[in-house]
Design a protein around this ligand. Structure first.
Ligand SMILES: *C/C=C(C)/C=C/C=C(C)/C=C/C1=C(C)CCCC1(C)C
Length: 264
């Protein structure tokens, strides 16, 4: 475990508030996915179920990260935050990603509704690649290094290989599979793919924070704040877009929202 860098009151509080915001975003987006269930046709509900699992798993881990952050620091008389001696456990993030990243690709593939054999072969490739990406990133994440040419850099590079593979499958293979879909669904699909690339692409940049010549405190803040923002967009924001796709497809297929549904 790394020694936590000393932080100013503002730095400590920024991370504290971001973690708290992430907990709220995960819990309440999950509530939305549950409540909006009846607004999509039954065959798309499984995607909303998976969205709910993703944000639920994330909410749990953010609670743990939040508690760990609080325990890792103590305030001095001068108002700075210094390491309490209790380690800050960053492994929660990686355990979270190990579970949620495969589920995020499952959500997308399910809502598109490919033929069964095509769907399972695509899911297998994507889920394995997602696992490898996260597993290879972790050994580097726990090593701080100020150069790209370090073990942190090497693990990051290895993790980028499955990352590029995932992007390739989503762009090329899934793109071809989308050709038969309606215009509106294709637009939504293009948007969610862009959201996925923009948010997932943000993680390797955040990972490189220690290489930018920043101090230990600056890197730590960039990593905690950066990953939290990316997680909210890539899980809660993405889930809302999955819902929009499911809703558009349900409408296009003539599904009517029943009396008991939430109205909006
Ligand atoms: C909800 C969590 C998500 C969507 C996490 C996604 C994480 C990544 C795309 C991480 C990628 C990484 C690399 C491509 C290289 C450096 C190490 C990682 C694990 C940060």
């Amino acid at each position: 475990m790394l020694e936590q860098p000393t932080l100013t009151f503002g730095e400590y509080t920024l991370v504290y508030n971001m973690l708290s915001f992430a907990i709220a975003a995960m819990i309440f987006s999950g509530l939305f996915f549950v409540l909006a269930r009846d607004r999509v046709a039954p065959k798309y509900r499984i995607s909303l179920v998976v969205s709910t699992l993703v944000v639920g798993i994330a909410a749990y881990h953010y609670l743990r990260i939040f508690n760990s952050w609080e325990a890792a620091y103590m305030i001095t008389d001068a108002g700075n935050y210094i390491a309490s001696g209790k380690p800050f456990n960053d492994a929660y993030r990686y355990i979270d990603w190990l579970l949620t990243v495969p589920l995020l690709v499952v959500e997308l593939v399910l809502v598109i509704g490919l033929a069964k054999d095509k769907q399972s072969s695509m899911l297998t490739k994507l889920v394995i690649a997602a696992f490898l990406m996260i597993l290879l990133g972790y050994p580097g994440e726990i090593l701080m290094a100020d150069s790209m040419f370090s073990m942190r850099g090497l693990w990051g590079l290895l993790s980028t290989i499955p990352f590029i593979y995932i992007v390739y499958i989503l762009w090329v293979e899934l793109g071809t599979a989308m050709e038969g879909q309606s215009g509106q669904v294709q637009v939504l699909f293009r948007n969610i793919r862009l959201l996925l690339l923009a948010t997932w692409g943000f993680y390797p940049i955040v990972y490189m924070a220690p290489f930018f010549g920043w101090t230990g405190a600056e890197s730590e803040i960039a990593i905690q704040v950066g990953y939290s923002i990316a997680d909210v967009l890539a899980k809660a924001g993405y889930g809302v877009m999955i819902y929009a796709i499911a809703r558009a497809k349900s409408e296009a297929e003539g599904y009517e929202v029943g009396q008991s549904a939430v109205s909006a």
